[in-house]
Design a binder for this molecule. Sequence first.
Ligand code: GRF
Length: 217
Amino acid sequence: MGGRIVVLISGSGSNLQSLIDACAAAQIDGQICAVISNRPGVKGLDRAAAAQIPHQVIDHTTFADRQAFEAALSQTIEQYSPDLIVLAGFMRVLTAQFVGRYLGKLINIHPSLLPKFTGLHTHQRALEENETHQGASVHFVTAELDGGPVIIQDRVEIDANDDASSLAAKVLVKEHQIYPQAVQWFMSGELEFREGTCFLHGKPLDPEGIQVWLHRL
Ligand code: GRF
């Protein structure tokens, strides 16, 4: 049985798929009760349908403003009474008001080693900065864009022949491993968010969270 999860997407939903698969393999003590996309016709919706998960579109372009969109989003989310809301490739900036409603039960995955490269085009920027590594970070969402405390992050080496798409593909592999881990820690009660800090097994985490390459998980 376990916890109730609502997943918000905007596109391909490969992170959604990794969570669907983890739940099906009982690696997550919870169930995805709904998938909501802000864009119609995206592959993530097909993934939800294939997994027989209730799914719908709340198209942000059909609302007068951000507040109206978020009001509709909240109203739909509440219908599922989630324990956790997961942003998985969700590409809308959420207002502080929305975040405040779900603080401590709203997480996101960002394709960089936060706090480096918040915002967009993270892989192109890492290449331009001659970084040796790139990675992905799962974090609690706060009012600061991509600024919340990191739960877990993992990394890959950047090779000389990498471009943004080859790097994205390498990082996605890590994303699909760390997101289910973070969700399971939350579902099992091992992970909490208190006063702006992540606590895992009752101990506060550093701002970069669990850096997988330093641990044997
Ligand atoms: C991923 O790199 C994710 O980190 C970013 O959007 C990309 C696509 O995610 N937020 P998905 O395949 O839609 O889960």
